[in-house]
Design a protein around this ligand. Structure first.
Ligand SMILES: Cc1cc2nc3c(=O)[nH]c(=O)nc-3n(C[C@H](O)[C@H](O)[C@H](O)COP(=O)(O)OP(=O)(O)OC[C@H]3O[C@@H](n4cnc5c(N)ncnc54)[C@H](O)[C@@H]3O)c2cc1C
Length: 306
């Protein structure tokens, strides 16, 4: 007979690994399934300044390595596999993934989120040929180039600031007349001589030949169109939760985030959700970790009554 886990955690980002530490230390037979490498999307940035306990900041790769080591130290097993479906099997859950199926008493969905696309023609064509969703990954390819970033939240401001290490000039395009991002990031953006902010504007067209050459912008107040010449375009307009494989099983809100209740329980008994994929988590590492710890404790409580 197949091994039956106490909990299968889907995703090894900050939420999944934090839950793994608590579940493992709670002596639960714990499996973490991760489709990529452990660490999650925080590995897309090179430095984190706001995670509590690190007054001088911390390199995300080093921090997430510590999370992973701590989870494994307490007995959580991490396996590389991509989950496609969760289905009921008698009084257990069967987690169906690309490489195998895993039977478990409880499940924690901690699959985070992924870059939102603008949905423009040519967005896919110029991906890797001028278009990117990750400044840390691709910024160094754009030394002394003219760049654009679209977005107005923390992430867009951070990406823009990071890119000024490399680029000649950067236009930060935002559809409103003020940013949503943190005040401290806004101050840094306004002080940076390489950055020009283009307010009230959206990108309507991406053009080029073999590589990206220009963007067409529309001012949403005047409807005027303009063209800017850029060799690089970084899209930072937000994230979509990785919840597709739970559709039809769990209750999702209008943004496809998993709706959670007390202890991060979902609409299905025995399935919990934590981190960016759920509806109460404001896309920060600390909140991902906090919600995951609450979920792990909720899971332990439930299994005690099992
Ligand atoms: C560029 C950037 C900079 C950021 N900077 C900061 C910052 O300075 N401070 C801060 O607090 N936060 C920051 N964040 C946000 C932070 O990274 C997230 O809030 C946090 O990583 C969320 O953790 P999570 O575990 O919920 O999800 P994720 O980190 O997204 O992890 C989810 C994991 O699940 C895996 N997964 C997804 N689907 C499946 C599946 N079907 N099967 C198996 N595995 C799956 C993914 O591969 C991923 O490893 C930043 C994010 C980005 C992108």
């Amino acid at each position: 007979m197949n091994e039956v886990y106490d909990v299968v955690i889907i995703g090894a980002g900050p939420a999944g690994l934090a839950a793994g530490i608590y579940a493992g230390r709670g002596r639960l037979n714990t499996l973490i399934l991760e489709k990529g490498i452990p660490g999650g999307q925080i590995l897309l940035t090179d430095f984190v300044e706001n995670y509590p306990g690190f007054p001088d900041g911390v390199v995300p790769f080093e921090l997430m390595e510590k999370f992973r080591i701590q989870a494994e130290k307490f007995g959580a097993k991490i396996t590389q596999d991509e989950v496609e479906k969760i289905e009921k099997k008698d009084d257990l859950w069967n987690v169906v993934a690309g490489q195998g199926e895993y039977l478990t008493r409880t499940v924690l969905v901690a699959t985070g989120s992924a870059h939102r696309k603008l949905g423009l023609e040519n967005e896919g064509k110029y991906l890797g040929r001028g278009i990117s969703y990750c400044a840390t990954c691709d910024g160094a390819f754009f030394k002394e180039k003219d760049l654009a970033v679209v977005g107005g939240g923390d992430w867009a401001l951070t990406e823009a600031l990071f890119l000024t290490k490399f680029c000649r000039s950067l236009k930060l395009i935002h559809r409103r007349d003020k940013f949503r991002g943190e005040q401290i990031l806004q101050e840094r953006v306004f002080e940076n001589e390489k950055i020009e902010v283009i307010w009230d504007s959206i990108v309507t067209r991406i053009s080029g030949s073999a590589t990206l050459e220009s963007l067409t912008l529309q001012n949403v107040k005047t409807q005027e169109n303009s063209e800017i010449k850029v060799q690089g375009f970084f899209i930072s307009v937000g994230l979509d939760p990785n919840s597709k494989f739970t559709e039809g099983l769990l209750d999702l809100n209008e943004w496809r985030e998993i709706i959670v209740k007390k202890n991060m329980a979902t609409s299905q008994p025995g399935i919990f959700a934590a981190g960016d994929v759920c509806d109460v988590c404001p896309e920060q590492m600390a909140t991902a970790v906090g919600t995951a710890v609450a979920a792990a404790i909720g899971i332990e409580d439930l299994l005690r009554k099992y």
